[in-house]
Write a protein that binds this ligand. Sequence first.
Ligand code: LLP
Length: 422
Amino acid sequence: MDAFTYREENGSRVLHAEGVSLTAVAAAFGTPTYCYANAVLVARYRALAGAAPHALIRYSIKANDTLAVIRTFARLGAGADIISGGELHRALRAGMAPDNLVFAGPAKSRDEMDLALASGVGQFNVESPAELDALDEAAQAQGTRAPVALRVNPDVDADTHDKIATGRRGDKFGIDDGEIPALYARATAMDGIEPVGLAVHIGSQLTRLAPFEAAFDRLVALVENLRAAGHAVERLGLGGGLGVRYRDETPPDVAAYGALVERARQRLGVTMLIEPGRWLVAPAGLLLTRVIAVKQAGGRCWALVDAAMNDLMRPALYDAWHAIDPVAEPAPDVDMVVTEVAGPVCESGDVLGRARQLPPLSPGDLLAVRDVGAYGSVMASTYNSRPLPAEVMVRGDALSSIRPRQDHESLLARDLAPSWLA
Ligand code: LLP
């Protein structure tokens, strides 16, 4: 479904989020503003849950950590994949049951382990022998046992952007599969550890199913090996990674992905966990921005807008492509102009979209950068002392602030002057 469509408003056609026009969003909250459509979150969650009805969905909070998004999925029955003490805190605040949380990530500090154990987190994905030892010690100190899945590095190339491929030998993630049997046996003997299974996560924005299949095949061999040695293996985590269409990609559809998860479950008789992030939230959000100035320079037309690389890092960091739509629907006969859409940050990399076909723009016009619900606001920074953008959520005709824009005072609030500078 596309909840973002052009609709009539005061005699012209304007991009809406569900029933709310983006001009109204800009008038109420200013720009730049992340705007999410709740209907998209709900529809995508239901589609995934329907496609993989037996899998435990652990929403990957790192994709979008607003309480409103986490709470939306919690209400639909999801648990969460958390990566830090901060995400644990958010998940609990949003109403997730601790038992439905999976603490993943390549390096957890002792403080984070202590907090997660005390909170009753349902599973720890452990990524090294040293981490297993530390978790054993932490659990014993609390008189408890940590449910553990060992994260395997299956040496599979996810065929995605280099910076978000995580399952190749040589990536920092997981434990080499050759080491798993001995480590699993060692874990079984630990008083503070209860081994429950294995996990993988091979990367993000996967546009083919084959790498998932390859990773799963590696797991099958390991599970059979572990069971032959007398170990119980009850849970298998397939990680996240299902890709979305940003431009012209053709990611597998959710039904095919769900069928793969279900085949895996049946083949091994295990409980399957999946950790989707991007697929659930990317298309649910856009970044609303206003044109500050338009200029011709170096033979190009530049639209300089009030959103920048600090608000949305993906184009600068991964050369990611996001569609950019004018909020006012262009007349059908308008001559499009090839336009560079760039922000106010002082780096040449601060370009949100290159060579886009857009109608002639003027200062004050609104643009929508699409499909930024995942890894958009979570990666924003205050570089150039730019306050973090506002975030709002729409549901039907209702428009709610879910994170007010940061103000200049709160930007300064953490700064202290040493006494000798006071
Ligand atoms: N599970 C684990 C252990 C992960 O590391 C990740 C993502 C996920 C699940 C969720 O993956 P997803 O379903 O969202 O693909 N900032 C990058 C993406 C980084 C992904 C990090 N790990 C981007 O903007 O493309």
